[in-house]
Design a protein around this ligand. Structure first.
Ligand code: G6P
Length: 605
């Protein structure tokens, strides 16, 4: 994980780097640091904790007014504890380096360098790269970095500077993201676009193995074959407001309330209401002749996949497997040319999902990614991509990306059903009408936020929660429980209602909050039985159901959602669960947007 920033230009390196690091904190936040060059000398400040802790130590810099060159890092520890020594930038002689990724053969290189007389301060794999660049350095940083990366196995995005070349910034990437920003007489490197968006909208998405060198004469990018390549920039059109809090207390809260807009944008990108049809980028479904589909993802994206399976199987009648990416790759999966593998990832950078995609290619399967971040590794490597239009998601706990992933899977199931002749045009057009009504219905659910925050005030001190759902709402039970765990650190279990009697029923005692997701769908009656089983054992039932449900009178709390077609309920039922987790975490005083030990983009395996 980790976030990196580099700057060369007009003397505002410190400001730009700190600002960029703040926007990258979602990638890790256990320590941070900056290295700047002034009067031909490196100056380094590091701190354990977040960027605000680093800012408190900036006085330690010499007080120079304008830094023209610098790099910065926010860390999510992999090798070595989160302390100051292990924090980046790592300094080796005249070199300072920041790294995002994992160097797999670092011990071997470290031993070699130790034998050559080099000494190491930290326990990190990243310091080995800094020392290796120093080992090869003979006054040309770009060349030295090139030689160093030839030795590396693993993943990396690097930004490197040398006090001996105060007008040169170099960087490279392999399997960790890195973008180059082009300003007016200023250049930026960063792990993602929002980090530098206030300073430039002209962005180059660097490819794997690209090496870039920036100096006052301009930029040169060298590709994998060592030859100069022309990487065109793209003009970013989305606004910074989308990546800012816009008056909300937390990004997660803002992103929860943005969901109707995110859903409408994603639907709008692919649905023609006039034609009653769905249009994905050309050719991506071909003839729809797949014998099997495998949905592969991690975390919340995996929950979207679990919901998607119901739709694809029901509407397109293709068998679907849903896989946790790390498990999928662990067991030599059986795939062939008749299988379509769909990696689903908000960031498009999750290491396990990316590895699963590569396995799919190795085994000759076809691939189609669902991603939110344009130009991300998964989006680029898959044979096709369907983008969600959630906009930048900053809160570590995913919300708006989840609903947009679900809607893509729903639209995909309809289109595939049509292409395969399993659905009539008429079926598709009434279903699309229902889909188009979702953003308005989501607004309605969100307008009851006060009920949820009152409930949160009553429950925030509780130690355990149980979430129950069946069929389409079983994954929503998992998602509700995950949200609560992630941001409020309360233990929560999501379970299929039918399995309650095989274990979790033993947990039910007086007052245990049980969130039962029971819209009036084909499994409603069965959920009613679960509710009664919980009540008779003293559990406290919080029911998520359709407005006007008679069960309202029989439960402790009722969180209503407007009626909708039974196959679309997850879009509405997930909202009160996100709000509940959010308000409980906020009431407990937790760091909602940056929960402990987590990171938004998990680029380590
Ligand atoms: C991390 C995030 C989750 C996310 C998961 C998968 O664990 O904290 O919110 O669901 O990674 O991320 P992806 O970007 O692949 O969807």
């Amino acid at each position: 994980m980790c976030g990196i920033v580099g700057y060369l230009g007009k003397g505002r390196a410190l400001e730009v780097i700190l600002d960029g690091l703040r926007r990258l904190e979602y990638r890790g936040y256990d320590s941070a640091g900056v290295a700047l060059v002034a009067s031909g000398k490196l100056q380094v400040v590091k701190s354990v904790g977040k960027i605000r802790d680093l800012e408190r130590r900036i006085w330690a810099l010499s007080g120079e007014e304008a830094y023209h060159l610098g790099i910065g890092h926010t860390r999510w520890a992999t090798h070595g504890r989160p302390n100051e020594t292990n924090a980046h930038p790592h300094v080796a002689g005249p070199i300072a380096l920041v790294h995002n990724g994992i160097i797999e053969n670092y011990l071997e290189i470290r031993k070699e360098l130790e034998l050559a007389g080099y000494t190491f301060q930290s326990d990190t794999d990243s310091e080995v790269v800094a020392q290796l660049v120093r080992f090869y350095y003979q006054g040309d940083l770009f060349q030295a970095m090139g030689k160093a990366i030839d030795r590396l196995e693993g993943s990396y995005a690097l930004a490197v500077i040398s006090e001996e070349e105060p007008q040169v910034l170099v960087g490279t990437r392999k399997d960790s993201p890195l973008v180059l920003g082009l300003g007016e007489g200023e250049y930026f490197l960063a792990s993602d676009v929002p980090a530098i968006l206030p300073y430039t909208r002209r962005i180059v998405l660097l490819e794997n193995w690209d090496r870039v060198v920036v100096n006052p004469q301009g930029v040169v990018v060298v590709g994998a074959d060592g030859k100069k390549v022309d990487r065109p920039f793209q003009e970013i059109t989305w606004s910074m407001a989308l990546a800012e809090k816009a008056g909300y207390k937390h990004f997660m809260q803002k992103e929860i309330f943005e969901q109707p807009r995110a859903l409408a944008d994603t639907i709008g990108a692919y649905v023609s209401p006039a034609k009653g049809d769905i249009f994905f980028p050309e050719g991506e479904l071909g003839e729809g002749v797949f014998s099997r589909i495998v949905l592969v993802a991690c975390g919340t994206s995996w929950h979207a996949a679990l919901v998607g399976r119901f739709w694809i199987e029901a509407q397109a009648r293709v068998p679907v497997d849903v896989e946790v990416a790390s498990e999928f790759r662990a067991r030599n999966p059986i795939l062939d040319g008749g299988t379509l593998v769909i990696p689903i990832s908000q960031s498009g950078e999750t290491a396990d999902t990316l590895a699963a995609l590569r396995i799919a290619h190795e085994k000759g399967a076809r691939t189609l990614a669902v991603c939110n971040v344009v130009g991300s590794s998964i989006a680029r490597e898959a044979q096709g991509v369907i983008y969600s239009y959630a906009g930048p998601e900053i809160g570590v706990a995913s919300t708006k990306a989840f609903v947009t992933q679900m809607v893509i899977l729903y639209l995909f199931s309809l289109k595939l059903g049509l292409v395969r002749g399993m659905l009539e045009r008429g079926d598709v057009s009434w279903r699309l009408k229902e889909v188009l009504s979702l953003p308005r219905k989501m607004e309605e659910v969100l307008s009851h936020e006060e009920d949820v925050s009152t409930l949160a005030r009553e429950l925030y001190h509780v130690q355990d929660f149980l979430y129950l759902g069946r069929w389409l709402n079983y994954p929503i039970a998992l998602e509700g429980a995950l949200k609560l765990k992630e941001i409020s650190y309360i233990h929560a279990e999501g379970y299929p209602g039918g399995e309650m009697k095989h274990g979790p029923i033993a947990l039910i005692e007086e007052g245990l909050p049980v969130v039962a997701i029971a819209p009036r769908d084909v499994v409603y009656e069965k959920m009613v039985s679960n509710v009664e089983e919980v009540r008779s054992r003293g559990g406290q039932v919080i029911l998520v159901g359709f407005s006007g449900d008679p069960l309202e009178q029989r439960v402790d709390r009722f969180l209503e959602v407007p009626p909708v077609d039974g196959t679309l309920t997850p879009f509405l039922t997930v909202l009160p669960l996100q709000l509940l987790a959010y308000y409980i975490a906020d009431k407990k005083g937790c760091d909602v947007d940056q929960p402990r030990n987590l990171a938004k983009s998990v680029t380590v395996e």
